[in-house]
Design a protein around this ligand. Structure first.
Ligand SMILES: N[C@@H](CCOP(=O)(O)O)C(=O)O
Length: 495
């Protein structure tokens, strides 16, 4: 299987090279040249398997220069009991008939990012070996809260790698910040950007395409790679959990093999829902993908009108990981929907860069309507949904999951579609204690880690052990950086 760029189909890379590079030199996203197909027999075979086996079976379809045995070893390292507090890794929890939550936060940093970022470092280390690379990979990541910690945890002290993370100052939750600034490891660094997530992501992409910085890093023995969902090695492990969830629903009798399911995904950078789209394109029986946004509802408007317009106020919300107005992975979706038309994608992305806006063709809009539905949820709606899930189901959910749960309810009313649905639950409520406490009618006593105990006292839900351990950890990083100074920050880190 070869990989090409959404902006240049003449690029031709192996999977290992694509994982190593992270982002194409032309600014495009590296994408498989074909989408492998799965059928009922394939899904039947996955049903009795453990999560790591399912992951190896799916991933080898795309990573043809890796062996299935190699991927199974990586899977067992990634999703085993040393990392995940649930033996199923990504369990599906029944909320009520026809309504399920896919819990993706049982990993070491309590967010769905662990599902990919416990795997990516192993894929990258193997890629370094497979390509004979002698330089050190420097991972640059922008985060609105969850990716940064998961990437640091995944890459900490991994040989021949180092990682530098940028998060928006005042744009992540207190627990998310504490997770990042206490991260151990000799090869890690994290800085708060004076700006929002889009500034941090734009800075990282700018550095990737800065030839002078790249040449200087090369002289020093480094090359750049990415741990964000712009890296195909991030998307692919996320495809696995949609397929796995379907198998679990069939195994448990909630679906009959071949029945369709809807997935409702809270998303900002469009990576998580793109992974669901690939699963659908591979042949997983998916009816509709419901894209849930918070008040930063650029994706809702796009899916409804075909016009992507980032020229709007940026809101800081209680679901901060989705506070994003430039959704990077939409580019891969548009590439697929356009019939892999790289010239058309260049036109849209140039317009996004210069005017902050583009309008897709009628052809793409029709295909979007067929596969997707977009909705958004206010801050009040988010709190109300957390409260409702707690009162009605005794189920404590985080604000991102609540956004999806509320948007799914809107979709059902608007469409009348009662297809069994899975809400993708992306983070532990303990990462957002203050907002969750307020939502369930408690007054937070403080604004730091003491809220972990308060939320535990009122809910009885166990605190994930790595979050509880944060209390004993001291702060290792406290640097801030202006968004224009990120290039220098990289050069300072890689002395
Ligand atoms: N929601 C993310 C933002 C970055 O998204 P990614 O999936 O591209 O890494 C975060 O929490 O950092």
């Amino acid at each position: 299987m070869k990989y090409y760029s959404t902006r240049d189909k003449n690029v031709s890379l192996s999977a290992a090279e694509a994982v190593k590079m992270g982002l194409s030199r032309d600014g495009g996203l590296l994408t498989p040249t074909r989408i492998p197909q799965i059928d009922r027999a394939f899904l039947e075979r996955l049903i009795p398997m453990e999560y790591a086996q399912r992951a190896a079976k799916v991933m080898v379809l795309y990573l043809t220069d890796y062996s299935e045995e190699e991927l199974l070893t990586f899977g067992r390292n990634a999703y085993g009991p040393a990392q995940f507090d649930d033996p199923i890794a990504a369990p599906v929890r029944k909320v009520e008939d026809g309504l399920y939550c896919l819990e993706l936060w049982h990993g070491p940093t309590s967010a769905f990012k662990d599902m990919a970022l416990q795997m990516l470092p192993q894929l990258l280390s193997a890629a370094l070996r497979k390509t004979g690379e002698k330089r050190t990979a420097c991972i640059l990541a922008a985060t609105s809260g969850d990716t940064g910690k998961a990437a640091m945890a995944g890459f900490a002290d991994v040989p021949q790698t180092c990682i530098q993370v940028y998060y928006p100052k005042d744009g992540v939750s207190p627990v998310q910040e504490r997770q990042m600034v206490t991260q151990e490891g000799e090869n890690v660094d994290v800085r708060a950007v004076i700006g929002n997530f889009d500034d941090a992501q734009a800075g990282v992409k700018r550095i990737f395409s800065d030839e002078a910085v790249r040449a200087e890093l090369d002289k020093r023995g480094y090359f750049l790679s990415s741990a964000n969902s712009i890296n195909w090695g991030r998307i692919l492990p996320q495809v696995v959990y949609y397929i796995s969830a379907y198998c679990d629903l069939v195994r448990d009798g909630a679906l009959t093999m071949g029945d369709k399911v809807n997935f409702c995904v809270p998303t900002g950078n469009f990576g998580d829902i793109l992974a669901a789209y690939y699963a659908k394109r591979m042949g997983l029986p998916v009816n509709r993908l419901i894209c849930a946004s918070n008040s930063n509802n650029v994706l809702t408007d796009f899916l409804r009108t075909g016009i992507y317009d980032r020229n709007r106020p940026f809101h800081t919300t209680i679901s901060p990981s989705m506070d994003i107005l430039i959704s990077s992975n939409l580019e891969r979706l548009l590439f697929d929907l356009s019939g892999e038309n790289d010239a058309e994608i260049r036109m849209y992305m140039d317009a996004l860069g210069s005017a902050g806006r583009y309008q897709v063709s009628d052809n793409i809009k029709a295909k979007l309507d067929d596969a997707f539905w977009g909705g958004c949820c206010s801050e009040e709606g988010t709190e109300e949904t957390i409260r409702r899930y707690w009162q009605d189901y005794g189920y404590l959910i985080d604000p991102h999951t609540a956004v999806a749960a509320e948007v799914l309810a809107q979709y059902r009313v608007a469409s009348g579609d009662e297809t069994p649905a899975v809400v993708v639950s992306t983070a532990s409520p303990y990462k957002f204690c203050g907002s969750v406490l307020t939502a369930i009618g408690e007054t937070p006593c403080g604004d730091g880690l003491e809220l972990l105990d308060q939320l535990h006292a009122v809910s009885g839900v166990p605190v994930p052990c790595r979050l509880a351990e944060l209390k004993g950890k001291s702060r290792r990083f406290d640097k801030t950086v202006e968004k224009q100074a990120m290039e220098q920050a990289v050069l300072d880190f890689l002395k």
